[in-house]
Design a protein around this ligand. Structure first.
Ligand SMILES: *Cc1c(COP(=O)(O)O)cnc(C)c1O
Length: 370
């Protein structure tokens, strides 16, 4: 491996393959697999990840917003791409890039139909999203009649899938609620398919749904976090491999005298005799948010933990290395796939792996290990 000389996010495609195969092993033969690659594939590198998964013959991709899908098309992704959060202002981008919109309320449904008719589309693939308890996006069950009537008025669109999203698939204390969502979606989907006279693809499982609710796998599953190596608990994560390692280097070492302070607002004051600190070239603009400051987060240098002291700056953090034998230029691990995973680091600061990894900013260089 080349020497680390700046802050990099190393992405291990072998680990990605492992996670994909592990999650797939939980499915019945024939269940389709959709990779959720929104938010730069959870901060990893959507183009690299999607083209790699496409070569592993994945069935589908999903992004949150249309522009994310357009970027994948530019990178050579030809598999179908579902846009989870369709906004009317993006209809042009959707059509130009053959993206498939999720339609979730009467307004966006009728606006999209008008648009598709104007553009002389025939059977343009769309997806209908139902809200079964998350109360975020989606039609309610009682809208079904209206949607069916509306769809029957046009040849311009075709319902490629019906889907819903689980609110608490990781929380087994909410099992009754989740089973109720599953039951409710199955009944909505069944009636809807009968009413339109053909059978769309049905899907409602995210990663935790795949691991905890086989009865919710249906025709297709939608995995994000699991592909990147995390579940929503230690148990769920046990067989997954984090694909990304955030590494950096020591820019400068300081010896801090008793009574001196470190960083903005003098947030750290040295009460000890003499301590040693290292300044590292990454900060909140790189995705290490201020919540990791003041001992909530740490990095690893030569196998030893170095806590972040004082406030996180925009472009730098300072860590306590009093007890570590190291020098300027040495490699530093912020998180990796082994001891300090993003899950562990996030937990220490009261957040979740999703937030830490999606927050690693585009300023950090991605290095893909093939
Ligand atoms: C983000 C998202 C997913 C992926 O969830 P994970 O928990 O990361 O597997 C699936 N479906 C929808 C609708 C989403 O927004």
């Amino acid at each position: 491996m080349p020497k680390v000389q700046e802050t990099i996010l190393e992405i291990d495609l072998k680990a990605l393959k492992h996670n994909f195969e592990y999650l797939k092993s939980k499915l019945k033969n024939g269940t389709q697999f959709l990779a959720v690659v929104k938010a730069f594939a959870y901060g990893n590198d959507a183009e690299e990840i999607a083209t790699y998964l496409q070569n592993l013959n994945i069935d589908y991709f999903a992004v949150a917003y249309a522009n994310e899908g357009a970027a994948l098309r530019k990178a050579g992704v030809t598999k179908p791409i579902l846009v989870l959060h369709t906004l009317a202002v993006n209809f042009d981008v959707i059509l130009e890039n053959c993206l498939e919109p999720s339609l979730y309320n009467a307004k966006i449904l009728s606006e999209f139909i008008d648009f598709a008719e104007n553009e002389n589309q025939k059977a343009y693939p769309i997806h209908i999203k139902f809200n079964t308890g998350l109360n975020r996006l989606g039609f309610s069950e009682s809208d079904s009649g209206y949607i069916v009537e509306k769809i029957k008025t046009t040849q311009s669109i075709k319902v490629k899938s019906l889907f819903s999203h689980l609110a608490a698939s990781e929380d087994l204390n909410e099992k009754v609620f989740t089973l109720n969502q599953i039951h409710s979606f199955k009944s909505i989907a069944n009636n809807f398919s009968k009413a339109i006279g053909y059978q769309p693809i049905l899907h409602m499982s995210n990663t935790s749904g795949v691991l905890n609710y086989p009865e919710a796998h249906l025709d297709m599953v939608r995995c994000g976090i699991g592909l990147y190596g995390f579940g929503n608990s230690k148990k769920e994560s046990a067989n997954l491999k984090p694909i990304a390692s955030l590494k950096t280097v020591i820019s400068q070492i300081h010896h801090i005298k008793k009574g001196a302070s470190v960083g903005y607002n003098r947030a750290f004051k040295n009460k000890d005799t003499l301590i040693k600190t290292a300044t590292l070239p990454l900060g909140h603009a790189d995705g290490i948010s201020r919540i990791y400051g003041n001992n909530k987060g740490f990095v690893t240098i030569n196998g030893k933990k170095a806590p972040i002291i004082g406030n996180v700056c925009m472009d730098m953090i300072m860590v306590n290395i009093t007890h570590i034998d190291c020098k300027e230029g040495d490699e530093v691990t912020v998180f990796d796939g082994k001891t300090t995973t993003a899950e562990v680091l996030a937990e220490g600061a009261g957040t979740i792996s999703y937030e830490l990894i999606t927050g690693i900013s585009q300023r950090v260089k991605r290095v893909v290990l093939k």
